[in-house]
Design a protein around this ligand. Structure first.
Ligand code: 13P
Length: 235
């Protein structure tokens, strides 16, 4: 089985743009690909209609509440009804711009687990922590607190300084971090790498034994680039 390449579209593509993109993708997607797309909430109905049988899909965030008077929120049950297999929680952009704490992230992940959606729990150190050489300790602590009470989840290691910057951890550095993370995780827990993954660096990252796939922002927006990443993950 190929390594999983999860695209994170962030706040890009209108529903109509997403619909056309999904229709174009399925025409070209090889059967060997292991693809998942984390798209804006508004694109999920089209994902459910078009990607079934080709790729998995999911959301980028979920409410911590089960249901109720929470204006603007989207519940885990709503995502399950739209066929989501995965949902991101604790992406660094949500931690930074929305002040999400480790315990909130863990609670959101529990809401997903309760409805059978696999949380993709995002962790990773900021630049100053990396420069101080404390990235393993920092990330392990963040992971432990962000996964409290969970029993089935995927981890995405995304060093904050590598997100959207064009800088990536070297394959060896990323692999060493993944090894450290996997040593503390239940056996079989997948750890994806994220942060400026692109067609130029994908093969060397995905050749590493502890890197189980990628979580990809910018390079998941163009079909040609995304197809190259999927091919690199087949090995
Ligand atoms: P980029 O691939 O654009 O660096 O984004 C990484 C990311 O944040 C994926 O969740």
């Amino acid at each position: 089985m190929a390594k999983l390449i999860a695209g994170n579209w962030k706040m890009y593509k209108t529903p109509s743009e997403a619909k056309t993109w999904f229709q174009d993708l399925v025409k070209e997607l090889p059967s060997t690909a292991n693809a998942a797309l984390m798209v804006p909430f508004t694109a999920l109905p089209y994902a459910a209609e078009i990607l079934e049988g080709y790729a998995a899909w999911g959301a980028q965030d979920v409410s911590v509440h089960v249901e109720g008077a929470y204006t603007g929120e989207i519940s885990a049950k709503m995502l399950a009804d739209l066929g989501c297999s995965y949902c991101l929680v604790g992406h660094s952009e949500r931690r930074t711009y929305h002040g999400e704490s480790d315990s909130l992230v863990a609670q959101k992940a529990l809401r997903l687990q309760e409805v059978g959606i696999t949380p993709i729990v995002c962790v990773g150190e900021p630049l100053e922590v990396r420069e101080a050489g404390k990235q393993v300790k920092y990330t392990l602590e963040q992971l432990a607190k962000s996964t409290q009470g969970l029993d089935r989840f995927v981890v995405a290691y995304e060093p904050v300084w590598a997100i959207g910057t064009g800088k990536t951890a070297s394959s060896e550095d990323a692999n060493a971090m993944h090894q450290a993370l996997k040593e503390t995780l239940p056996g079989g827990t997948a750890v994806l790498y994220g942060g400026s993954v692109n067609p130029g660096n994908a093969s060397s990252l995905f050749a590493e034994s502890y890197i189980d796939g990628g979580l990809v922002g910018g390079a998941s927006l163009k079909i040609a680039d995304y197809l190259q990443l999927l091919a690199a993950a087949v090995g």
